[in-house]
Design a binder for this molecule. Structure first.
Ligand code: FEO
Length: 393
């Protein structure tokens, strides 16, 4: 993809990665992604904000081929998908001044091998002049690394946000418009990357309120030319109470746990409770994460393997806890062959989950009428806790 001028003097650069299907060997990317960099040509000086994943270094260098001078390379975030081509930019422009937050400077040395004395560090509110344009830096730690900062181009009211407000979406559409096509990928991105830091993001959203913003330029996915929809979406995701929704991550080896999930799902549904089962060997992890943004309850359903939960439920429990959703209640149900501690061990994996736990429901072998009665009581208890919650959309 060639560089594209998004406003006079402001150029999109970087790469659209149509083929990538996995990030961090963990996060599925059903729609690919992009690595957005931005070239700002001020009246006196030029700045490049972020770079691109190193696998696209040649594409970025080709986009920079006709750029005669570059005074600043602003690294808002040091994860390699944005900073990874910085050494190549330095080679092309040996005198360029790297600009970053104070926390980023040692990370630039650690991750990129660039000495700290090449970095000009800026504090919150510091500015940099490009001549007719002024860049203001807004430190925004933990979205989602500790060194992250945002950059505000005052005269144009453009906010460059790196990962914040991004989406893993490969598209040749530069702008998200009213958000109809981007809201779902943006929510997936929020769930997988930002949700563990929701309380800090809440503070950052407040910090951004005084700024007039006509364009949000993230480093993944389309730019937000109608910024209010993404800001409002983030306010909802961060602030709204959980909804009337139960998630049931499950797997089943010989059918017993599967029958229990089937029974509980129907029982919850009969009681007016929204429910989504996710077979952990088959589900798209991103779909599970998206629903975790809203869910009030999670019920882990697992057969017993070597006394503990099935490995796919170990993964589900660990991930659920790590993403720190708003979940208020949780339970473990399942089956065992001869003995087991699957419920206790699943709970132990959820140490960061601030949830109240229901009594586990387990059966030896096939579920019986007694098992189904216990599941009905669990459904009653969940329905009682959910009766004041909205179903949501
Ligand atoms: Fe897109 Fe945290 O890197």
């Amino acid at each position: 993809m060639n560089a594209r001028e998004i406003r006079p003097g402001i150029w999109w650069m970087g790469a659209i990665d149509w083929e990538r299907r996995m990030f961090d060997e963990l996060i599925p990317l059903p729609d690919g992604t992009s690595y957005n960099a931005y070239l700002l040509r001020g009246s006196e000086k030029s700045a490049l904000i972020d770079t691109a994943d190193p696998s696209f270094r040649e594409e970025l260098l080709a986009q920079l081929a006709d750029v005669e001078h570059l005074e600043y390379l602003i690294l808002q975030h040091i994860e390699q998908d944005h900073s990874g081509s910085a050494p190549d930019v330095l080679e092309r422009f040996p005198d360029v001044q790297i600009v970053s937050s104070p926390k980023a400077a040692p990370m630039i040395a650690d991750h990129l091998g660039i000495p700290e004395d090449r970095v000009l560090t800026v504090e919150n509110g510091d500015t940099l002049s490009l001549g007719d344009w002024t860049l203001e830096f807004i430190l925004a730690p933990w979205v989602h690394w500790p060194e992250t900062m945002l950059t505000y181009l005052r005269e144009e009211e453009v906010l460059f946000t790196c990962d914040l407000f991004g989406s893993h979406l490969a598209t040749d559409e530069l702008f998200s418009g009213d958000g109809a096509d981007v809201c779902s990928p943006a929510k997936r991105y929020y769930a997988e990357i930002m949700m563990p830091f929701a309380s800090l993001i809440k503070g950052h959203l407040g910090k951004l309120e005084p700024y007039a913003v006509s364009l949000i330029a993230p480093s993944h996915g389309p730019l937000h030319d109608q910024p209010e929809w993404i800001l409002e979406a983030y306010r909802h995701w961060v602030n709204d109470p959980p909804k009337n929704l139960v998630l049931v991550p499950y797997t089943s080896m010989h059918g017993s746990t599967g029958r229990m999930v089937h029974h509980l799902t129907a029982a919850l549904n009969d009681r007016g409770v929204g429910v989504r089962p996710f077979h952990m060997s088959k589900t798209d992890l991103g779909e599970y994460a998206i629903h975790l943004v809203d869910a009030a309850t999670v019920v882990f359903a697992t057969p017993t393997v070597l006394v503990g939960p099935h490995p796919s439920i170990v993964f589900a429990a660990y991930l659920t806890s790590a993403l720190r959703p708003k979940v208020k209640h949780a339970a473990v149900i399942g089956s065992y062959g001869w003995a087991g501690k699957a419920a206790e061990r699943t709970q132990e994996l959820c140490g960061a989950l601030k949830a109240e736990w229901y009594e586990p429901v387990f059966t030896q072998g096939l579920p019986t009428q007694k098992t189904f009665a216990a599941l009905d009581r669990l459904a009653d208890a969940i329905a009682a806790h959910h009766q004041t919650l909205d179903r949501g959309g």
